[in-house]
Design a protein around this ligand. Structure first.
Ligand code: NDP
Length: 387
């Protein structure tokens, strides 16, 4: 019987379950590239429920306990005395979400002598030391595509809210004010602007598709070029590197994984090549940007706005400078954990567990590391020295 340790974010302050605003979520059966949505043998939750917090337990409790497995769910993940660290020595499986990551460092992996599977309930396994997982023969899997569209929607929302000045205007209303000039002084139309994405994978391409009807000029850079018909259909301009692309853009959105090639890509030097008053939206990973260089760029006016939902570390400390820098539209790490997304990645987590517990292969597209090497989606998107 397996011991599964699941690290999830805390329940709502008002208690669990929350009062839901709607009665359900639309059923998505396929993603844009034809990949089918998760299809586990069974489900013990109603899609639309809050599954990502401790009491939600990703909807796994009934499934695992009825088969005799042990499920430990905790939000306590920091420091050597955390519940996660205390449960690790005999854990077979660790599950966490990027929104509240269990940082699976080499040290923790060494401590977890029984560990055979690490699941990211969501997308992005940079919180796991992939090289250490490779050396130990641990399988790392994530629920590819489960929340890519959720993030793409968040990116479009953030681009529009920065360019149009939505957040300060809303604040004016909350404050009981009405000074239209103050709001209009930093508000622009997106129409006609040059918008570029660093990476045109699942999220980047979905952002480009969603922005096309806004009559913007679209740019992208990626390690591999998109098919010519996609470039033509969306009117894309390709640039070989981010350095080539960003000087042309009014808005840049970052949609690449965090790995050595992308870590601190947006430093003072690259930000200094952007147009004065450009906007930067990063929902990929915080460390793709140099934290303090972003603050400096906002203070100097090089950037007119910065938004995203990814921070380092997570949770972000109360004094993190991105909470108070000017002209930002930051949210906590929420874009990929809408109730709609949770239904998919919880089902995908169960699908992975069902396969693993029954000794069946895990879907190729979910694999990051297997058999002592990068595998599946991981072989495509990651480099082993990632963490
Ligand atoms: P994909 O794997 O579909 O796309 C990633 C793309 O990045 C690929 O096209 C890849 O290129 C490209 N890429 C990798 N390295 C570089 C580089 N150095 N320069 C330019 N392009 C590069 O992943 P998704 O689109 O689904 O997700 C992207 C990232 O978004 C995730 O890794 C994760 O970090 C983040 N994310 C954030 C979420 C949130 O809640 N905020 C939720 C989900 C994901 P190629 O394939 O051509 O080699």
């Amino acid at each position: 019987m397996a011991k599964i340790v699941c690290v999830l974010y805390d329940d709502p302050v008002g208690g669990y379950p929350p009062e839901y605003a709607r009665d359900g979520v639309p059923v998505i059966e396929r993603y844009p590239d034809g990949q089918t949505a998760p299809a586990p043998q069974g489900l013990d939750f109603t899609p639309g429920e809050l599954l990502g917090s401790v009491s939600g337990a990703l909807g796994l409790r009934g499934f695992l306990e009825s088969r005799g497995h042990t499920l430990v769910v905790t939000s306590d993940k920091e420091g050597p005395d955390s519940r996660l660290d205390r449960e690790l020595p005999d854990a077979d499986v660790v599950i966490s979400q990027p929104f509240w990551p269990a940082y699976m460092t080499r040290e923790r992996i060494e401590k977890a002598r029984n560990l055979r599977l690490i699941i990211t309930a969501g997308i992005g396994s940079d919180h796991t030391d992939l090289q250490a997982s490779i050396e130990r023969g641990i399988t790392v899997a994530e629920v590819t595509y489960s929340n890519s569209i959720s993030v793409a929607e968040h990116v479009v929302m953030m681009i529009l809210s920065l360019v149009r000045g939505y957040l300060p205007a809303h604040q004016t209303v909350l404050d009981g004010g009405w000074n239209i000039a103050d709001n209009a002084a930093r508000s622009y139309d997106l129409e006609g602007m040059h918008v570029g994405t660093v990476a045109a994978g699942r999220i980047g391409t979905a952002v480009l598709r969603r922005l096309k009807p806004f009559d913007v000029r679209l740019h992208y850079t990626d390690k591999h070029r998109l098919p010519q018909e996609t470039e033509r259909e969306l009117g894309l301009t390709y640039h070989p590197t981010a350095h080539d692309m960003v000087p042309h853009c009014d808005v840049v959105t970052v949609n690449a994984p965090l790995h050595p090639e992308t870590e601190h890509l947006f430093d003072d030097a690259l930000l200094g090549t952007m147009k004065r008053g450009a906007y930067l939206v990063n929902t990929a990973r915080a460390r793709i940007c140099d934290r303090d260089a972003v603050v400096r760029a906002l203070e100097s006016g090089r950037l007119a706005g910065y938004a995203g939902d990814v921070w380092f570390p997570q949770p972000a400390p109360a004094d993190h400078p991105w909470r108070t820098m000017p002209h930002h539209g930051m949210t906590p790490h929420t874009s990929g954990t809408s109730l709609s997304a949770q239904a998919r990645y919880a089902a995908g987590t169960r699908e992975i567990l069902e396969a693993w517990l029954e000794g069946r292969p895990i879907r190729e597209e979910y694999l990051i590391v297997q058999g002592g090497t990068l595998a599946g989606a991981g072989a495509h998107s990651y480099t082993a020295e990632s963490s």
